[in-house]
Ligand binder design. Structure first.
Ligand code: ATP
Ligand code: MG
Length: 559
């Protein structure tokens, strides 16, 4: 309830980015243009989803446009595979970009602008090594040492820069730097590198270039070329903002402005692309879309709906300070959405066989079951019933406590959509384990009533043994055992915090109609949780993923 109230309250008040946009509109801004700028060096995760919802969401709210721009300035780490996955994920979330661009589309323009800065005496070619450059930058309290090459003439710089571009020099032998201030209190202003030499093939420009622009030199100008009005990024870029402005002013080009919000962090979740890539490469997970990963494709595979992810982004809001969101909130959002849209089915994950002794052998009846009590239009289906059924082991207790309303010796329970059954006998093996229950049913109780009007409190789910479909069911738990996966003991690494029980496989017994559910579409296994067919599923070997439990269980236990 508290959560819903908060959401309502937030809908009425503006978040700080909306305030900024409304101020610009009040000052005469006619057009709102944002962009989402992923680097195609990995798959998008839930943090990116937040950024997508903000950038596309703001454009939509204010009648503006949002571009998709791939920040592809580092040919070594980037790949088309990532480009394709990023586009698929954004579309799946329900957004569409105005135009698709690549920072590499602007390499010619960026080069021309670099030449302009060289001519203005605002950039120079430096022959120092990376290490020397780093050493000579100084520290926050100690000013940097100017490079011996800092005072080259514009003519000499131009000649060298052209030759850098023409491939005359090896990697790392020269860089182009902006000539700003080697004693500036903002370290980024101490003659930032604009271009480095990388002799590598680029996934779009091929071998045309062997010099590549740095983020700080490329990002603001790309925004400017696209006439982005609000360039929204995460908080760690706030120190870059003055430099972003510096290049735009030095070049006297369209004045885009940058605004920062806090990145999304989630408990029990690793959001670093580099570390996620490591998990994939080392086989710690089944791939980028392993349902335990925080990636958008993993959430999709796990059965999350786009609406649940968008609602989550809305619920956590836009913060100015870094914080960590409880993973339980994401699960709350998917549970809320699935409760509305997911169809109900019956499946037993921990079976106990029940033989109904007074029911005809070989007989099958079909009971009508409601597909979704929250949505009448979802209709009904038929569920087969026979003499032998599975129930959940937990739904029977030999010596139950007082308020146990499920099955017990001599007790009666309602089988969901079907008959009342009474437990007459408990069958055990030599070790005393319960192997089977022998029950009788009330033939008059098939339509929710009973022969004499008696009322039975407990209702349990079940599956007919001879009709049951066996499936591999994957139960997922958080991938890490610690709220903060980077919280490590001495001598350990974040990988020591991987949860050995993050995926538990069990055999489930499903009602046959579950074979018709499309891959990725979540249904509720009544009383158990939400599940969807996995991409690994085949007609011979159905595989289901647990999307989320019905109740928030682990979050509380683990605290
Ligand atoms: P890296 O730069 O290490 O590869 P990144 O997570 O910054 O990783 P980008 O592809 O550069 O990845 O991110 C694209 C956009 O998504 C950026 O604007 C970035 O600020 C935003 N973003 C990335 N991570 C988060 C997060 N956890 N929460 C919100 N926004 C994020
Ligand atoms: Mg980045």
């Amino acid at each position: 309830m508290a959560v819903e109230t908060n959401t309502e309250a937030r809908e009425k008040s503006l978040n700080f980015l909306e305030e900024i946009i409304e101020e610009s509109i009040a000052k005469g801004e006619k057009r709102i243009q944002t962009r989402f700028p992923p680097e195609p060096n990995g798959y998008l995760h839930i943090g990116h989803a937040k950024s997508i919802c903000i950038n596309f969401g703001l454009a939509k709210k204010y009648g503006g446009k949002c571009n998709l721009r791939f920040d592809d300035t580092n040919p070594v780490k980037e790949d088309v595979e990532y480009v394709d996955s990023i586009k698929r994920d954004i579309k799946w979330l329900g957004f569409d970009w105005a135009i698709e661009r690549y920072a590499s589309d602007y390499f010619d323009q960026l080069y021309d602008w670099a030449v302009e800065l060289i001519k203005k005496g605002l950039a120079y070619v430096d022959d120092q090594t990376q290490e020397q450059i780093r050493e000579n930058r100084g520290t926050v309290s100690v000013p940097g040492t100017p490079s011996p090459w800092r005072d080259r003439t514009p003519e000499e710089n131009l000649d060298l820069f052209v030759r850098m571009k023409n491939g005359e020099f090896p990697d790392g032998s020269k860089v182009l730097r902006a000539k700003i201030d080697m004693a500036h209190p903002n370290m980024l202003f101490r003659d930032p590198i604009m271009y480095r030499i990388i002799h590598a093939e680029h996934h779009r420009t091929g071998n045309k270039w062997c010099i590549y622009p740095m983020y700080d030199y490329a990002h603001g100008q790309s925004d400017s070329i696209e006439q982005i009005t609000h360039s929204i990024c995460t908080l760690e870029f706030d120190v870059h903002r003055p430099l972003y402005d510096w290049f735009i002013e030095a070049l006297d080009i369209f004045p885009s402005h940058q605004y920062e919000f806090a990145r999304l962090n989630l408990t029990y979740t690793m959001m670093s692309k580099r570390k996620l890539l490591k998990l994939v490469q080392e086989g710690a997970v089944m791939g980028w879309d392993d349902p335990r990963m925080p990636t958008i494709c993993a959430l999709r595979r796990k059965g999350y709906t786009p609406a649940s992810v968008r609602n989550f982004a809305e619920m956590v809001g836009v913060a100015k300070r870094d914080n960590v969101i409880d993973l339980g909130k994401l699960e709350y959002c998917v549970r809320e959405d699935l409760n509305k849209v997911a169809e109900r089915r019956m499946a037993v994950l921990n079976p106990l066989k029940v033989v109904i002794t007074n029911y005809d052998e070989g007989k099958t009846e079909l009971f009508e079951a409601v597909n979704n009590p929250e949505n009448e239009a979802a209709g009904t289906r038929k569920v087969p019933f026979s003499r032998e059924i599975y129930i959940e082991r937990d739904d029977f207790m030999e010596n139950p406590p007082k308020k146990f309303f499920r099955l017990q010796p001599g007790g009666e329970v309602r089988l969901r959509y079907s008959y009342l059954i009474k437990c007459e006998e408990v069958v055990k093996d030599a070790e005393g384990n319960i192997t089977e229950l022998r029950c009788t049913y009330d033939p008059m109780s098939g339509n929710g009533s009973s022969s004499d009007g008696r009322r039975v409190k407990g209702v349990i789910h079940w599956v007919s043994v001879k009709d049951a479909v066996e499936a591999e069911v994957r139960l997922f738990n958080p991938l890490f055992t610690k709220e903060n996966p980077d919280d490590v003991e001495e001598g350990q690494t974040w990988e020591d915090n991987l949860n050995p029980d993050s995926m538990v496989k069990v055999t489930g017994y499903l009602e046959p109609s579950l074979l018709e559910i499309p891959v990725g579409q979540a249904v509720q296994f009544e009383r158990v949780g939400y599940f969807c067919p996995d991409t690994d599923t085949t007609p011979e070997h159905p595989v289901f993923n647990r999307t989320v439990t019905l109740k928030d269980s682990w979050a509380k236990i683990n605290k």
